[in-house]
Write a protein that binds this ligand. Structure first.
Ligand SMILES: Nc1ncnc2c1ncn2[C@@H]1O[C@H](COP(=O)(O)OP(=O)(O)OP(=O)(O)O)[C@@H](O)[C@H]1O
Length: 324
């Protein structure tokens, strides 16, 4: 069996009938890091809780390592490591005492000092938890999550509050765990973190999965951007027809969104060469994960459907060759 986590048409409704998760499906292969991204309130935590076996699904099915994580929690829980957003441990215990206490609940924990070293907390082992900084607490939460040598590790916003060096150290540690075969399900608000770590990802919005795939696949579905300035004698109505691209004029700046970056750029540059025009401030770049995210987040605000890709932009623009 190569799938560590299988989510099949999962829905979760809260008391009162609000549907926080709406028929989502995805799977996570063994040894893979899958990132769950989304706007605030998109349903990431509601989804994670069901996969972790903390709540049952309202509809649909979840399997973790081939088992139902809610009904067969006794079987699945020992093989999971869960890093919660708030660890909630007593502040008067030291870091080492806290880790020892947690290790005492596990059947085959790794040595406490090894776990503290993994998260760079060994020098803080004798400090009371209440004296730790926010970032150090986060790292303690992570140490506790890996104490059981889990097959499946759940990381809920693991680097929130960490300084850049600690973030990079955490990423290194997660890569090490992946190399040793651990499967990781990550939620994060940092898109660079997903770009760094995720083999595949899903972007959730309003309870549904709006996009899923590798970072490259998700980004490829989003139009690329070409921009330049209208300066000197150059006017918008002189520009050539560029089929399949969408033009936005903002002051002197012209921005083109296109699904065919190479073709559109070639046509634009050929025209500029023939016409003897210098395209001042020219830049051409593929879409970023951030643009995909913003399109999804903005789509609902503009009344466009998620998945239409450029719904928001279309309202404020025209297509080249049709009215320019
Ligand atoms: N116990 C609950 N009862 C009712 N509604 C809830 C409950 N918990 C969460 N919700 C609602 O479900 C929706 C999804 O919340 P959830 O916490 O899963 O989102 P999220 O993607 O994790 O958000 P964030 O990024 O802000 O943590 C939100 O509208 C939230 O208000």
């Amino acid at each position: 069996m190569s799938e560590a986590i299988e989510v099949d048409r999962l829905s979760r409704r809260y008391a009162g009938g609000f549907e926080a998760v709406r028929e989502i499906s995805f799977s996570v292969r063994r040894g893979e890091l899958f990132a769950l991204l989304g706007t605030n309130g998109a349903g990431k935590t509601s989804t994670m809780e069901v996969i972790e076996g903390l709540a049952g699904p309202s509809d649909g099915q979840v399997r973790v390592l081939g088992h139902d994580p809610y009904r067969e929690r006794d079987v699945v829980r020992p093989r999971m490591g869960i890093m919660l957003q708030e660890g909630g441990f007593p502040g008067d215990l030291t870091v080492r005492e806290t880790a020892r206490m947690w290790a005492g609940t596990l059947t085959s924990a790794r040595p406490v000092d090894e776990a503290l070293t993994m998260v760079d907390l060994e020098r803080r082992a004798d400090v009371a938890v209440k004296q730790l900084s926010g970032g150090e607490r986060r790292r303690l939460d992570l140490a506790l999550a890996v104490l059981s040598r889990p097959d499946v590790l759940f990381l809920d916003e693991p680097t929130t509050g960490l300084d850049p060096e600690s973030r990079h150290n955490t990423w290194q540690m997660v890569r090490g765990l992946l190399d040793s075969g651990t499967t990781v399900l990550l939620t994060t608000h940092y898109l660079d973190e997903a770009e760094e770590l995720a083999d595949r990802l899903a972007i959730m919005h309003e309870g549904r999965i709006a996009r899923t795939g590798t970072v490259a696949e998700v980004v490829a579905a989003q139009p690329a951007t070409i921009s330049f300035d209208l300066v000197g004698d150059l006017r918008r109505d002189q520009l050539p027809e560029l089929p399949g691209s969408m033009l936005i004029e903002s002051g002197e700046r012209i921005t083109l969104h296109t699904d065919t970056l190479q073709l559109t750029l070639t046509r634009l540059l050929s025209w500029a060469e023939e016409a003897g025009v210098e395209l001042s401030g020219l830049s051409a770049r593929p879409a970023s994960l951030e643009q995909v995210f913003m399109t999804i987040a903005g789509a609902s605000g503009a009344g466009a459907s998620v998945g239409s890709g450029v719904g928001v932009l279309q309202e404020a623009s025209t297509r080249t060759g049709a009215g320019v």
